[in-house]
Write a protein that binds this ligand. Structure first.
Ligand code: HEM
Length: 144
C-alpha cells in the first residue's frame, strides 16, 4: 500500500483529465449502459420507455455537470445537480439509493475501458472524487 499524497484539487484535476480522454471517444455512453445492465439487469426496468439516443446525451451532460460541480463557484453545474437530484428522487423517477452503487461501478468500468492512459490508481481517484456529488444526489431521495 502506498501513501496517498495527492491533494483533493489534484485528484479532481486527474479525474477530469481522465473523463476528457475517455469521453472524447465515441460510444462511451452506450458502453456505460451496457456495463450498468450487465452489473444489474434489474435496472433495465427503469428504462422501458427510454429513447437511448437522447438518454446517452443526457448522461454525458449529467457527467459534465457532476465534474464541473466539483470546482469552486460553479453555480450553474451545482443547480443542475440539484435538478437531477430532484428528478431522480422518490417523488419523481424514484431511483432507489442502492442503484447508485451500480451506477458508480459502471462509470468506473467504462472509464477504464475508454481512457487510453488508464492505470489502477485512477479507479480510487474516480471513486473518491465522484462520491461527494453522488452522495448529494442520493441524500435528496426522500426530499423530492
Ligand atoms: C449521479 C448519478 C446520475 C446522474 C448524474 C444521472 C443523470 C441523468 C440525467 C441528466 C438524466 C436526464 C433527465 C434529467 O436531466 O433529469 C437522467 C435520466 C434518467 N436516469 Fe439518471 N443519473 C444518475 C443516476 C441514475 C441511476 C442510478 C439510475 C437508475 C438506474 C438512473 C436512471 C435514470 C432514468 C430511468 C432516467 C430517465 C430516462 C428516460 O427519460 O426515459 N439515473 N439521469
Amino acid at each position: 500500500m502506498r501513501e496517498r499524497k495527492k491533494s483533493w484539487e489534484q485528484k479532481i484535476q486527474i479525474v477530469e483529465a481522465s473523463f476528457r480522454r475517455a469521453s472524447r471517444q465515441t460510444g462511451f455512453a452506450r458502453q456505460f449502459y451496457q456495463n450498468l445492465f450487465f452489473l444489474s439487469p434489474k435496472l433495465k426496468d427503469y428504462f422501458q420507455n427510454t429513447d437511448f439516443e437522447h438518454q446517452e446525451k443526457a448522461l454525458m451532460r449529467g457527467l459534465e455537470f457532476l465534474i464541473e460541480s466539483l470546482q469552486p463557484e460553479q453555480k450553474h453545474a451545482k443547480q443542475q445537480i440539484t435538478r437531477i437530484a430532484q428528478s431522480h428522487s422518490a417523488g419523481n423517477m424514484n431511483i432507489h439509493p442502492h442503484s447508485y452503487y451500480y451506477w458508480i461501478e459502471a462509470l468506473i468500468m467504462t472509464a477504464g475501458e475508454f481512457d487510453s492512459q488508464w492505470h489502477k490508481d485512477l479507479e480510487y481517484y474516480w471513486r473518491e472524487v465522484i462520491s461527494a456529488p453522488v452522495s448529494f444526489i442520493v441524500s435528496q431521495y426522500f426530499k423530492g
